[in-house]
Design a protein around this ligand. Structure first.
Ligand code: BGC
Length: 763
């Protein structure tokens, strides 16, 4: 069975399903993303979110606060729908092709993850009896990021006349839904398109944002495979290409539509660059671009694939999730990974902590070049993080925006937005992990250490000393159903780690003779470093002796326990049905919080404390956030509960394919997709990245025959294969490594067979 092929057959015109499929089959390459809308559109009133987006391209939008308190955020950034270059109308003997008219004889769509294309096939008969098969192949090119292609082939099943009308619509708006807090409430005209221009048989539209001062050019060229009567006309900010041709039964005609999108975030002269790239795109056969696409993905899967034998559906779901990660991740320091990738408008294209805690681990382990880029992005927005810290009253340090595109804060509701200071610790954590995997001291000197020192400074400014302990009051942890609390366990753990590693990084740079430029640049003193050390060592981590668990914060255990069993199914997610303040007074969690701390900071606690905490939080967690089940899966693995781990993993891996959160129409859940990877590699594989080295403790879920994955560690590429009888580690590239297997040191110099340890996590 081909697990790199996702195929759906049959015709469903169900509103919700149509929109979910637009998301699931979208094409993206980290720079541009195009939803899988039907070229011919859908009738008015039938659900569709039609969109083409660029990662990191935005306008500013007003976000007025009803009460103008000091420092509240009054403006946000929003990712824009750029243009509509998808539309192609086909008429067959004068009748317009549509899934909503005539007769659909066959219909299928697929995503080919080996070749990096989507396909849609429809066999259709008009009401007059003319029959055609329409095959559409779409690609967002990895080889030329601004290029998107549609290959639209029509095969006549009876003699007929075909007429194509291919549109380039320069003036479009974003989707909105005033009833859903996760979507924009209104859709103003952010982009102002200039009149379309025709040149060299192609159309060009340049559009300017209202406030952010950005511009973008969309360029389109249509190429027909046979001679025909053709025309290309511009009207206002749109252009229309038409062609008419008579065909005999069995003959095919292909219209290839090339779109190039260039924005001013990356290009000095978008129009000139779009013209240049479009000419380059059409100068070689489309098959060449397909070849490059396949070669890119061959390489990707070679290192990044996770193969599971014994469960094809799950294996496909995992492959799907990893495919979405490479489709979503920004490939330059101007962009990051939006919570919905480039598949939809949910969360308005914003970047969150999702990147650092859920997706960067995958890239650090498999594509450190991309991981580094993601960290570089955080470095480019460091000035805004400093500015944000000042807005929140801090004299020193940097506080990253909770949600952003260009660096400034976009969260309208600060209790579950800006108050999530842990984002600083998350970013520091990802830099530390990247360093532990690569030992890249140059990167520390140029980028990493500055961020880690600035975030460390923030903790010192935000925290306070009390009876010899260092405490952090009035912040929100990852769980958004518990806001503005004292000593959130997760936040304090990450702050402790951040402060600790700021000192360690400075020591590493000092040894390498590279500390002075950084110290001078940010005015870092030895006194400050001493304070980092003291605060880290004295960080207060809430612990309840009687229950042997870590309370989520100082007040959590004093609250009433929410009765989840008695809550009607339709009340989930709770955030859509209960006032936030009401939720805050209960022990009820939206997502993994303390359980997440135990995954990332396992050495801060005893196994028994982690076990008791897991059992406790499991009972009060709704998993209303998609960032939750993967973490519970990892910790269930760690604590020797393979069946539980497997159940949670199943929920995580199928979340979008089965639309279990009922909002896949607004876009994929990229953090969860990284979480699925982590649930295998960190969960079942037991991988941890520690100062002492790389640790593995593999287990095999019942029902699986085997699984395998590869990770990069320093100069090595290490293959991990786990089977029923045991497994083996292989040094595929690089020099021998000292690793830890089930806590014991081992040397990997070629192939190292091992037996599974069924007692791991149970001791
Ligand atoms: C979660 C956050 C997350 C955001 C974006 C929210 O529902 O609670 O943790 O960062 O979604 O994915």
């Amino acid at each position: 069975m081909d697990t790199k092929l996702l195929r759906k057959t049959g015709l469903s015109l169900d509103r919700e399903e149509l929109m979910v499929n637009e998301t699931l089959f979208h094409n993206a390459n980290g720079y541009l993303g195009v939803r899988s809308n039907f070229e011919e559109g859908v009738p008015e009133g039938v659900g569709s979110i039609r969109g083409e987006y660029l990662n990191g391209f935005y306008d500013f939008a007003d976000m007025p606060q009803a009460e103008k308190l000091c420092g509240l955020c009054e403006e946000k950034q929003t990712m824009l729908n750029i243009a509509d270059t998808q539309t192609i109308f086909l008429s067959v003997d004068g009748e317009t092709f549509s899934l909503f008219g005539g007769e659909v004889l066959e219909s299928a769509r697929e995503l080919d993850m080996a070749r990096g294309v989507t396909r849609r096939t429809v066999s259709w008969k008009s009401t007059q009896g003319a029959a055609v098969t329409v095959d559409v192949t779409r690609m967002a090119s990895f080889a030329m990021l601004p290029l998107f292609t549609i290959e639209y082939r029509v095969t006549a099943q009876s003699d007929c006349t075909l007429r194509f009308s291919s549109l380039h619509i320069g003036s479009v708006k974003n989707y909105c839904d005033p009833t859903d807090p996760r979507l924009a409430a209104e859709a103003p005209q952010y982009l102002h398109a200039a009149p379309a221009a025709i040149s060299g048989g192609a159309s060009f539209v340049t559009a300017h944002t209202t406030k952010s001062g950005l511009s973008v050019t969309s360029a389109v060229k249509n190429v027909l495979s046979v001679p025909a009567e053709e025309s290309l006309r511009a009207e206002g900010s749109s252009a229309e290409y038409t062609a008419a041709v008579s065909v005999k039964a069995g003959e095919s005609v292909t219209l290839t539509k090339y779109t190039v999108l260039c924005d001013s975030v990356r290009y000095d002269d978008c129009r000139a660059e779009a013209e240049h790239l479009l000419a380059q795109a059409v100068s070689v056969p489309l098959s060449d671009w397909y070849g490059k696409q396949k070669a890119y993905l061959d390489q990707y899967w070679e290192t990044c694939a996770v193969q599971v034998e014994g469960d094809d559906d799950l294996s496909r779901a995992v492959t799907y999730n990893l495919y979405q990660l490479i489709q979503s991740v920004g490939k330059d320091p101007h962009s990051n990974i939006a919570a919905k990738g480039l598949s939809g408008e949910g969360y308005e294209g914003h970047y969150f902590w999702d990147t650092e805690m859920y997706m960067l681990p995958f890239f650090s382990l498999t594509r450190p070049d991309i991981a580094r880029n993601l960290i570089e992005y955080r470095h480019t927005i460091l000035p805004y993080a400093r500015e944000n810290a000042r807005i929140l009253g801090h004299k020193k340090g940097a506080l990253y925006a909770w949600r952003t595109i260009m660096g400034k804060e976009c969260s309208g509701y600060f209790p579950s937005g800006s108050a999530q200071y842990h984002i600083d610790g998350d970013i520091a954590y990802s830099i530390i992990s990247y360093y532990l995997l690569t030992k890249d001291v140059d990167f520390l000197a140029k980028t990493g250490a500055e961020i880690v020192c600035e975030t460390a400074r923030l903790w010192i400014d935000a925290g306070s000393w009390y009876k010899g302990t260092f405490r952090i009051n009035d912040v929100t942890g990852p769980d958004e159903y518990t806001c503005i609390v004292n000593n959130n366990y997760y936040t304090n753990c990450l702050a402790k780690y951040n402060l600790d590693w700021a000192c360690k990084f400075c020591a590493i740079l000092e040894k390498a003779g590279k500390l002075a430029p950084l110290a001078e640049k940010i005015g870092l003193t030895q006194e400050e470093l001493d304070e980092f050390r003291r605060a880290s060592d004295a960080m207060y981590l809430p612990y309840d002796e009687e229950l042997d668990l870590n309370p989520q914060d100082d007040s959590f255990l004093t609250k009433k326990v929410w009765d989840l069993a008695a809550t009607p199914k339709e009340d989930f997610p709770l955030l859509l049905h209960y006032h936030p303040l009401y939720l805050y007074r209960f022990q009820v969690c939206k997502q993994a919080d303390t359980v997440l701390s135990h995954f990332v900071m396992e050495d801060y606690q005893k196994l028994s404390t982690m076990r008791h905490s897991f059992a406790y939080y499991e009972k009060v967690t709704t998993h209303d956030s998609s960032l939750s089940t993967c973490i519970f899966s990892i910790m269930a693995s760690r604590l020797g509960m393979p069946e539980k781990a497997y159940d949670y993993f199943g929920e995580s891996s199928k979340l979008d394919l089965f639309n279990t959160h009922h909002n896949t129409k607004d876009g994929i859940h990229t953090a969860n997709m990284g979480g699925t990877y982590m649930a295998i590699v960190y969960g079942f594989g037991g991988l941890r990245v520690k100062e002492s080295g790389l640790c593995l403790a593999p287990a095999l879920p019942a029902g699986w025959t085997s699984y395998r994955f590869r990770v990069r560690y320093e100069d090595a590429l290490i293959g991990v294969r786990v089977t029923k009888d045991g497994g083996e580690l292989t040094l595929c590239e690089g020099s021998p490594k000292e690793l830890f297997l089930y806590g014991k040191p081992v040397t990997l110099d070629k192939t190292l067979p091992f037996a599974l340890n069924p007692d791991w996590g149970k001791e």
